[in-house]
Design a protein around this ligand. Structure first.
Ligand code: PLP
Length: 414
């Protein structure tokens, strides 16, 4: 994204021309950012064998998944739907792991049928799986009792978390594996999302490595994702090279102890795609309320729920007047709930100093590539936006805008 003539452009293409062509609101992604991120992370780990997986829950657009596949990255899926998407994007079954929480039996069967490795995260699921699939390989997810994340909702390790088998239950895991002749080839953890402090990542890694010595048939250890990105201009990014060096050093010293070089696996989602994506919308009204100036737009939390759900901060630009004079404003959506504002924190709406918007101006919400479209909905029966990819100075549509027929007609033939 760049500013030219006081307006936002993507590789020379103006936000305005994108909305004219593809309609408003619109998700825009920059291919080069995704590729740079993938290369940076791959280069930061000086250890072989290693494997990066993309936690595709962050963004399951098929064209985006194809870009990631092009970099040699594999897939972490959390549902059969994500397995389906990964296969559609050209990943092979052996490139995919299903890290599923509270799976139904149908979901386990689906993964087995497709030839996808399953990562189970409870002793009861392990028992159920063992009864039917004795003699097979699988991975188990451990809760290392360490958790972190940008919000309580996304902390997935520690005593309050529903994920994983406690690191204290190793003996039970091993007993069940031996009872059903299961080969535990991998152990896994994912402690949370949006982590900007490498120390917590390393702390959890050490717990998992202590657990790992108990498993004799390991082929890989997966330390999950969770690498944060800076959402505010003043936030510093995590130093990926420093993190990569520390991960490499810990893992090498573990492998020396273990007696074999296992595969080192990481599975970030946000890191690969967050900064590549922008949500563009159009200002539909400007209203002076009792306390705030409300800038109404043609999008809402049905398209980007992070501010309403977590109080998350996203940089916002007036794409039609980037350097205009700033005034305090609240950027609001068109959904019938008061929580539908993009400038907010966990306690409610917050004024943001932004160049004054007028009707017809374009709002550009940055860092929307992860957990944006993938968490969107039809709420208020409003269609989800189209998506376009910017590559080599051109824009290519990668998903069409929903129609009312998409929302309603598919349910008519029951
Ligand atoms: C099992 C698993 N792995 C990886 C991730 C990716 O997290 P992030 O996007 O923060 O890297 C998640 C996200 O919730 C997850 O549940």
């Amino acid at each position: 994204m760049e500013v030219r003539d006081n307006r936002i452009h993507f590789e020379g293409i103006s936000a305005e021309s994108l909305l004219e062509k593809y309609g408003s609101p619109l998700y825009v992604y920059e291919r080069k950012t995704i590729e740079e991120k993938a290369e940076t992370l791959l280069n930061s780990i000086d250890y072989e064998p290693k494997e990066l997986k993309y936690a595709c829950k962050a963004n399951t657009n098929i064209e985006i998944m194809k870009i990631i596949r092009g970099k040699g990255i594999k897939i972490d899926a959390v549902s059969p739907g994500e397995i389906y998407a990964a296969l559609l994007a050209g990943f092979k079954p052996e490139d995919i792991m299903l890290s599923i929480n509270n799976p139904s039996w149908d979901e386990i069967e689906y993964a087995v049928e497709k030839g996808v490795l399953i990562n189970l995260d409870s002793l009861s699921a392990l028992e159920r799986y063992g009864k039917s699939y004795s003699g097979t390989k699988l991975c188990v997810r451990i809760n290392p009792n360490v958790g972190a994340g940008h919000h309580n909702h996304v902390i997935t390790g520690g005593p309050e978390s529903k994920f994983g088998i406690s690191y204290r239950d190793v003996t039970d895991i091993i007993e069940l594996a031996s009872k059903y002749n299961l080969k535990i080839v991998g152990i896994h953890q994912h402690i949370g999302s949006g982590i900007l402090n490498p120390d917590i990542f390393i702390k959890a890694m050490r717990v998992l490595l202590d657990v790992a010595v108990n498993f004799k048939n390991l082929e890989f250890i997966d330390f999950g994702g969770g690498i944060g990105v800076p959402y505010r201009k003043e936030e510093s990014p995590i130093d990926i090279q420093v993190l990569g060096n520390r991960i490499t050093a810990e893992f090498e010293s573990f492998c020396n102890k273990y007696g074999r070089d296992l595969k080192l696996v990481l599975e970030p989602g946000r890191y690969f795609v967050a900064e590549s994506g922008f949500l563009l919308a159009t200002v539909t009204s400007v209203k002076k309320g009792e306390k705030h100036v409300f800038i109404g737009t043609d999008t809402g939390f049905n398209h980007l729920i992070r501010p309403a759900m977590y109080g998350s901060y996203h940089e916002i630009y007036n794409a039609s007047n980037v350097n205009g004079e700033k005034i305090p404003q609240v950027i609001a959506g068109n959904i019938c709930e008061s929580g539908d504002t993009f400038t907010r924190d966990e306690n409610g709406i917050v004024d943001r100093e932004l160049p004054a918007f007028k009707e017809g101006d374009i709002v550009c919400i940055a860092n929307a590539g992860a957990y944006g479209y993938s968490m969107s909905s039809f709420y208020n029966s409003r269609p989800r936006p189209a998506e376009v990819l910017i590559e080599n100075g051109t824009a290519r549509p990668i998903r069409k805008r929903d129609t009312f027929e998409d929302i309603f007609k598919s349910n008519l033939d029951l």
